[in-house]
Design a protein around this ligand. Structure first.
Ligand SMILES: Nc1ncnc2c1ncn2[C@@H]1O[C@H](COP(=O)(O)OP(=O)(O)OP(=O)(O)O)[C@@H](O)[C@H]1O
Ligand SMILES: [Mg+2]
Length: 421
């Protein structure tokens, strides 16, 4: 039974290899008798009969004729939360809708169809036609202007104002806090990340360089490039959850590391922010556990050696382009040139000494990553050697000498190599 305040929506999914969505089930956001959010999800009968049906979450929402309940995460199942907007997208939606306080269901329903992963939401029991019109990369200058105006709070509050209407062009339901939009060119869909006026360095260039450096370390990353519009650099990262076909876009299912860890951003839930838990869970889900566990280990080494300390669980994801799940390509790599030379912490626990970004600590739990000690040591050494070339890489990627000096302190910080505990 639902209470009066219950709200519901249909959940759509684009099945593997398909370009048109079908209805997977219904999500109801209700309240418990004590007034706390209670989420319910039930798969539709016809979906369960569909021989191609796949679960929308490989851990919690298995294909079954049952009602799933959750009181975690404000009642929003992790896989659904991952398909909703985050800080940036919520900011756009709030401005567009003219309401500063919106509920979780509003964010799902108001966010556009450029969301990460294969899910969609709506009030009709049949999904809308797939979105065919995305922004063109040619529109980047316009999008950059809009993002700037939103950040500087220069957009009027009147929902009828033309600039407010245009915000939908930004209209991203992709997660994250930095300004971004989704654009399309002949090759497919890209996520455009804009610089912000108060950035200490050219983020677009530096992130581009970090993706290149990660690739040099043997890490799987998406294709990316920098476009300069109106004198400003914009980073374009190819969407790894979309593939262009003659019929439209196929979509990969996607769940964030936060969902894999069954966690959220609250203080209590942060006790589960751990690479050691992440690798254990990942090994249960992915088709190639050894490959992905090794890859995750390499990413931890890279993050520690380049002080990518904002490696929080939403900056990791699993994707399923077909039936099989795998670690997604790495994304959102940013150096943090923090002051401390002795001790830096990753966002997740990575060994016996907690979050300490240190070789000995990272090595301490090598077996969980299905690595022999000598293999793990070799990965650490290889990564250290490659990250040692950071300066040449960032300069080759067009980072200025001044910006390179600003981020210098992020690379190979001394505490990484300390061996005393
Ligand atoms: N290449 C990609 N293809 C598909 N989805 C992506 C890609 N890169 C990032 N994403 C998704 O978009 C979200 C936002 O991207 P990203 O983390 O780069 O943004 P951000 O604003 O810098 O994030 P943060 O708030 O962590 O700084 C990610 O959490 C991930 O779900
Ligand atoms: Mg991010």
């Amino acid at each position: 039974m639902s209470s009066n305040s219950a709200r519901e929506c249909y959940v759509y999914i684009t099945l593997p290899g398909k370009t048109v969505a079908v209805t997977a089930g219904k999500f109801v956001l209700d309240e418990t008798s004590s007034g706390d959010p209670l989420g319910r999800f039930v798969y539709g009968q016809s979906y369960l009969k569909n021989p191609d049906a796949v679960p929308i979450d490989p851990m919690e929402l298995k294909l079954a004729a049952t009602t799933y309940n959750t009181v975690q995460l404000k009642g929003v199942f992790g896989a659904l939360r991952d398909a909703g907007p985050d800080y940036w997208g919520r900011r756009v939606i709030e401005k567009y809708a003219g309401k500063p306080t919106m509920g979780e269901m509003d964010y799902l329903l108001e966010s556009p169809d450029d969301r990460a992963g294969a899910l969609g939401f709506g009030l009709n029991n049949v999904p809308p036609a797939p979105l065919r019109k995305f922004n063109k990369t040619l529109d980047l200058a316009k999008l950059q202007e809009l993002a700037d105006a939103l950040i500087k709070d220069e957009i009027p509050s009147d929902p009828a104002a033309p600039q407010v209407q245009e915000l939908l062009l930004l209209g991203t339901s992709m997660g994250g806090a930095r300004p971004k939009a989704v654009v399309q060119d002949d090759e497919g869909l890209w996520m455009a990340k804009f610089n912000q006026p108060d950035d200490r360095w050219n983020h677009a260039r530096v992130e581009y360089a970090m993706l290149r450096l990660a690739r040099q370390c043997g890490i799987n990353v998406s294709e990316s490039r920098v476009e300069t519009v109106g004198g400003k650099d914009v980073l374009l990262v190819k969407r790894f959850d979309r593939a262009k076909t003659a019929e439209g876009y196929t979509r990969a299912r996607m769940i964030s590391g936060l969902t894999v860890l069954r966690s959220d951003e609250t203080k209590d839930a942060r006790t589960r922010w751990s690479y050691l838990i992440l690798v254990e869970e990942l090994r249960r889900i992915v088709a190639e556990p050894e490959k992905d566990a090794r890859e995750l280990f390499r990413r931890i080494c890279f993050n520690a050696l380049s002080s990518n300390l904002d490696d929080h669980p939403r900056n990791h994801a699993l994707i399923a382009r077909n039936l099989d799940w795998a670690l997604s390509p790495a994304y959102d790599l940013t150096p943090s040139p923090v002051v401390s030379l002795d001790h830096r912490d990753l966002a997740l626990v990575c060994g016996d000494q907690g979050r300490f970004a240190n070789a000995k600590n990272i090595l301490s739990q090598h077996a969980r990553f299905l690595l022999q000690k000598d293999e793990a040591e070799r990965i650490i050494e290889d990564t250290r050697e490659q990250v040692g070339h950071w300066y040449d890489t960032v300069r080759a990627c067009g980072v200025t000498a001044t910006d390179a000096e600003t981020v210098r302190g992020a690379f190979l910080y001394p505490g990484f190599s300390y061996s005393a505990s």
